[in-house]
Design a protein around this ligand. Structure first.
Ligand code: HEM
Length: 420
């Protein structure tokens, strides 16, 4: 079978192809230096071996001309699609800066240690009361926007929620929130992990945000407050060289790119799964304590990040196949998350009570998602607020699905909603 990760037919529903790959070609040669992994075990082994499977080579190789080499043998449109997709765009935008997600140890170890504190589960759980207020306000707006009972979940909840939350965490004052939304819209749309955005717009948004953060960082260094930037600029006193201003700005932009569209897509994919499994939705209404497990199941069942890359620093064997140094492997997280060897015969089903804590939707190992606790909490609170305040949520039309091999989600999700 010829597997084409950019084929629209594949992207609309990639799961039958993932099943074929797992059963027939779990270490699949896509062409040129490119390989795709679809088994849970193989993906975990690669993620836990950053010495051989490098993020710098995986993402960094997408910078500029590197992409051409990566897609040798592909047609020009295909090459452009890859350049525009994945972290390649971001890496082009930040060429020269050290970005956490594209760094290997020892750079990664230092960067991660410096930025981790505000994202620890304990720091994130403290945000819950404020998150409940934000979600309540957004649900008010969602319900007020109904026309003949129909409203758009993406426009009123899934899309605005992550930006509002990160703006608060960064300590953006209320009079700058409209600017911040404009910049982050431009960055998220222009530098989408899924590609296809307007890069010029993204770069313009990033530049305005750079200038703004440049000032804020200087202020927080002089006078720390109770916000994320103040926490990160503080000298930890452990002899670690603190982040430079440009590293810090790159990190703030990474938060928007890595954290916003992904969380938006998790909420969208969750409600798509609920439309296909109305009994499971009823189960959550009857027993809201199942919501955290259902969020894990949504991450597993229809992963917002379908797959990401690593590059080999030396020849290595994966799943019985010898790969050469310089090979690029795409770890298909979404395929691994439906592996029967990991989740049993009903791996292709959504089961709200499964609680699949070993899924790889957030990756694993040293690069495991820094925002996982935040994404989980936002999604849990949004779902529980929506279920508490409504008596019925039904599909009211087909959602729009941007087609990307990296990100899977919806844009525009019309729902018919009855208030409780
Ligand atoms: C459902 C939502 C999310 C999903 C599915 C997701 C997925 C991922 C995945 C798969 C990785 C691993 C990348 C790799 O191994 O190469 C990652 C890393 C990362 N994520 Fe998330 N993410 C989500 C939300 C967030 C949020 C809300 C933030 C922050 C506000 C965030 C920030 C990051 C950062 C900074 C990294 C890089 C960590 C490192 O390289 O050490 N993510 N994410």
């Amino acid at each position: 079978m010829k597997v084409d990760l950019f084929d629209p037919g594949f992207l609309i529903d990639p799961y039958p192809t993932y099943a074929w790959l797992r059963d027939n070609s779990p270490v699949h040669h896509l062409g040129g230096d490119f390989w795709a992994l679809s088994r849970h075990d193989d993906i975990v082994r690669v993620l836990r071996n950053p010495t051989v499977f490098s993020s710098e080579l995986g993402y960094g190789g997408m910078m500029g001309g590197g992409t051409d080499t990566m897609m040798r043998g592909g047609d020009p449109a295909r090459r452009r699609a890859l350049t525009d997709s994945g972290m390649g765009v971001m890496m082009q935008g930040f060429a020269g800066l050290r970005v956490l997600i594209a760094a290997d140890p020892p750079d990664h170890t230092r960067l991660r240690r410096l930025v981790s504190r505000p994202f620890s589960p304990k720091s994130i759980w403290a945000l819950e009361p404020r998150l409940r207020e934000i979600c309540d306000t957004l649900v008010d707006e969602l319900l007020a926007a109904r026309v003949d009972g129909v409203t758009d979940l993406w426009q009123h909840i899934s899309y605005p929620l992550p930006t509002m939350v990160i703006a608060e965490m960064l300590g953006i004052p209320s009079q700058r929130k409209a600017d911040f939304k404009r910049w982050s819209d431009a960055i998220v749309n222009g530098m989408s992990l899924g590609g296809g955005g307007d890069m010029a717009q993204g770069a313009a948004g990033a530049l305005e945000m750079f200038q703004y953060f440049d000032g804020v960082i200087a202020e927080r260094r002089a006078e720390p407050r109770d916000d994320l930037i103040s926490l990160i600029v503080q000298d930890t006193g452990d002899g670690e060289e603190p982040l430079t201003t440009s590293e810090l700005i790159a990190f703030c932009v990474l938060l928007l790119i890595a954290g916003n569209e992904t969380t938006t897509n998790l909420l969208g994919n969750f409600f798509e799964a609920m439309h296909d499994h109305p009994d499971e939705l009823q189960r959550l209404r009857d027993d809201p304590e199942l919501i955290p497990s259902a969020v894990e199941e949504a991450l597993r069942y229809d992963s917002p990040v379908q797959g990401l890359w690593r590059g080999l620093t030396r020849p290595a064997e994966v799943g019985g196949v010898e790969l050469p140094a310089g090979a690029r492997v795409m770890m298909l997280f979404a395929a691994g998350n439906r592996d029967r060897a990991a989740y049993g015969d009903d791996a292709e089903e959504f089961r709200a009570d499964r609680n699949p804590i070993d899924h790889v939707a957030f990756g694993t190992g040293i690069h495991v998602c820094l925002g996982a606790a935040l994404a989980r909490l936002e999604t849990r609170v949004a779902i529980s607020t929506l279920l508490e305040r409504t008596s019925s949520i039904e599909r009211a039309g087909e959602p729009q699905r941007p087609l990307s091999p990296v990100l899977r989600g919806v844009r525009a999700q019309p729902l018919r909603i009855q208030s409780a």
